[in-house]
Design a protein around this ligand. Structure first.
Ligand code: PEP
Ligand code: MN
Length: 339
């Protein structure tokens, strides 16, 4: 249950309520920056009758609460002056990993030429094998942010571990939480305390409830700037890296106020299919795309197989522009537009 306080409610009154609930064996959690409190398992609001500083209560009948669209209808926010959210669609592109000055500056120049506003690139990479390229670390972050500054792009990069939070935040505009960390609940809780937007990728085994509960971890800490990202789920079939769950896009939009982007690069694992699934995702209503590109994909140090070259990416952009009237999204040169 969500308990909404009157603006006049004092800290002392709220503390008194929390104590009362505790005595009833009920856990309660205040949401920083919002005048509300979540009370677990409270079904009977009569128990709150003696607290006149409560404005009203709301029962949300799903386990996820703050990410539910019963709580809020839409989420929109600006990053570097660019709108993100349920009413927008944005394109983020760049290499899987930052590899060299040449690679990242060439990519940034190419994106700027195509009016893309955000560059991605991993500096700390989650790799299945410890013997694979694991990223350039802080040097990679510096290169990424220098390239982004030179071409006036926003930066998206992955945070692998909380110990790197301060370092990563110094260089990024959006913190990416990868599939492997979607269920790192302590980390998610800490991300709730910062104001930087979070791109939260779906765990490769996560169902929709688990995905939205992960978002609730961040929201309940007070950070409302979240973009979900579908990136494919594990399947029984070794023929494809993942199954790109396009259906989850409208499904999540029916349940949540959070924007959801699509990452068909990891979703398919195969550059031949990225474009088809990118278009399918936009038609399904995605709030944008995250695409892996590289000046010379076959030499990429990670995810070479699923990475588009510049020509392929430009072709995809031209196809998205053609699709735009059908999907009622004015996909124009700015790639930041009202739905
Ligand atoms: C990535 O974006 O490069 C990445 C590692 O993605 P995911 O966490 O979805 O596997
Ligand atoms: Mn990758």
């Amino acid at each position: 249950m969500i308990v909404y306080f009157k603006n006049t409610a004092t800290h002392a009154q709220i503390a008194e309520l929390q104590l009362h609930l505790k005595q009833l064996g009920l856990d309660s959690q205040l949401v920083p920056g919002q005048n509300i409190c979540l009370v677990n398992k409270l079904k009977d609001e009569k128990l709150l009758a003696n607290f006149p500083f409560i404005s009203y209560t709301q029962n949300i009948h799903t386990s996820f609460q703050l990410s539910s669209n019963a709580f809020k209808s839409e989420t929109n926010f600006q990053v570097n002056g660019i709108q993100f959210g349920t009413n927008f669609a944005n394109i983020i592109a760049g290499p899987c990993s930052v590899e060299s000055e040449k690679q990242i500056f060439e990519t940034a120049a190419f994106l700027a030429k195509n009016n893309i506003k955000f560059i991605r690139g991993g500096a700390y990479k989650p790799r299945t094998s410890p013997y694979s390229f694991r990223g350039l670390g802080k040097d990679g972050l510096k290169l990424l942010s220098e390239a982004a500054k030179t071409y006036q792009l926003g930066v998206v990069t992955e945070l692998m571990d909380l110990s790197l939070l301060d370092e990563v935040m110094q260089y990024t505009d959006i913190v990416q939480i990868g599939s492997r960390n979607m269920a790192n609940f302590y980390m998610l809780g800490e991300l709730g305390k910062i104001n930087t937007p979070i791109l939260l990728k779906r765990g490769m085994q996560a169902n929709v409830t688990e995905f939205l509960l992960a978002a609730d971890y961040i929201l309940s800490g007070g950070n409302e700037k979240i973009i979900l990202c579908e990136r494919g789920i594990r399947s029984f079939d070794p023929m494809s890296r993942n199954i790109m769950d396009v259906g989850v896009i409208p499904l999540i939009q029916s349940l949540s106020h959070l924007p959801i982007m699509a990452d068909p690069s990891h979703g398919t694992g195969d550059s031949r299919f990225v474009s088809a699934l990118a278009k399918a995702s936009m038609v399904a209503g995605a709030n944008g795309l995250m695409i892996e590109i590289h000046p010379d994909p076959k030499t990429a140090l990670s995810d070479a197989n699923q990475t588009l070259n510049f020509e392929e990416f430009e072709h995809l952009l031209s196809e998205l522009a053609l699709l735009s009237p059908a999907i009622k999204k004015p996909i124009d040169a700015t790639y930041s537009f009202v739905v």
